[in-house]
Design a protein around this ligand. Sequence first.
Ligand code: FES
Length: 575
Amino acid sequence: MSDTPKGLKKGLTNYGDQGFSLFLRKAFIKGAGYTDDALDRPVIGITNTGSSYNPCHGNMPQLLEAVKRGIMLAGGLPMDFPTISVHESFSAPTSMYLRNLMSMDTEELVRAQPMDAVVLIGGCDKTVPAQLMGAASAGIPAIQLITGSMLTGSHRGERVGACTDCRRYWGKYRADEIDDQEIADVNNQLVASVGTCSVMGTASTMACVAEALGMTVPGGASPPAVTADRIRIAEQTGAQAVELARQGLTIDKILTPAAFENALRVLLAIGGSTNGIVHLTAIAGRMGIDIDLAGLDRLGRETPVLLDLKPSGQHYMEDFHHAGGMATLLRELKPLLRLEALTVTGRTLGEEIERAGAGFKQDVVRSFDRPIYPQGGLAVLRGNLAPGGAIIKQSAADPKLMEHEGRAVVFENGADLAARIDSDDLDVTADDILVLKNIGPKGAPGMPEAGYIQIPRKLARAGVKDIVRVSDGRMSGTAFGTIVLHVTPEAAVGGPLAHVRNGDRIRLSVKDREIALMVSDEELAKRAAENPVVEPTAERGYRKLFLQTVTQADQGVDFDFLRAVKTTGKAPEDR
Ligand code: FES
């Protein structure tokens, strides 16, 4: 038997007398009516991320009830506690700015409060990454519960869902294809229930990735928020958390290089959000594991997109669930997976795939010989414009633009873009390449999802649906187009992007994995000397901490002091 303190005896507040500390703790909790019998059980913490500002977590009361039921049925004591909750549309300047703060909140509360395991309840884009980052650093047994996707709505006979259709309808409105009444009508239908975005955006991506990492119970990724299946998953999650506590199955046994390799495979095969790679890099960094971008690209060349979900395909998350969810996908991907990776059930991923049994006929997850896209959804680009790498979601890009050379039309920052993009005087054609600077980790700050630069209004009205766009920012996983993102190093720290000028030629070759600025090194050095970049700073507060410590996209945009002290491995591992 280990002497490590358990349950309420863990992490006693320091009054200089341990016995007194426990005595006092119990006296206080008994004020809430607990018995000694209850307080002697394994204690399972539950992060309560319910918030009126977060409708993606709007089923939190039902989830909490079910998780607690599962914990108590398994003989544990549930203790829920609030943490920060971050919603995409209610976080200024951008939710990414707050992800690391949420991860710190989660880590420190998991560490500070006595619990033998923790159930992390998250869903909206940044919440699951923040929770996994925090839990990885806290190091105790942990299990992820996803809030689940929203239902789809119906607009004038057409099925719609956030947020790919939000962008599509807004694009139609900007192009004067629909009127004020119709845009108001569809606004009522795009989000038909509580829950996360119904397409393969970042939330759905991270749900699938969390299951691929082995951090959820089997089948935990796909049930919609308002279904009985989601509530059953919550109950199972609670019960499994007690088992994790009993076995002492800490998170470092789950989050291994093999698990991250599986997560990268799944990210590629689902046509997942480009944000997934930033978040996985940050989570892996907390375990001392480097995500190797060259290795990711290697996986991408041999992993086809199999999931037919918007924005790369046709369906929505609820269809994926009806098609068997992750079990169907993992069964198809099995020859490419690291089957020995351990999951929160105490069984390996390979064992879970076997337990899921045979599949059935469905049309949402394609077979290997009939993929949606022959390669993985994401490709890693390099070149003199992005020495540290850049990302393109090739499965959501226009094939005609993936080998393209054009004239740069440059916007210095978000404000410059907003001021000029819709001007009739803007000198732009459909063959040009739009370049947006200063929306990287430090530039905006927080690397907002502004990389999905809207088509200039005069081109949109002329029927242009796609144009090559390049920035150091991110884009929503629900967006689509030939869009180069995460250019590293960013403009705000003096990356080559800072020195692109109107009229420069840029070449994009997805085939060669290249993004090149056709300007000589001498000329770039001259421009840098003439216009040196001054990095942004802040005088106080969280913004100061953020600007001083945030890393670039290839490091996960985490704070440098939050990464594991030692590097222990990389994913994917060399073959
Ligand atoms: Fe929360 Fe899309 S806004 S998942």
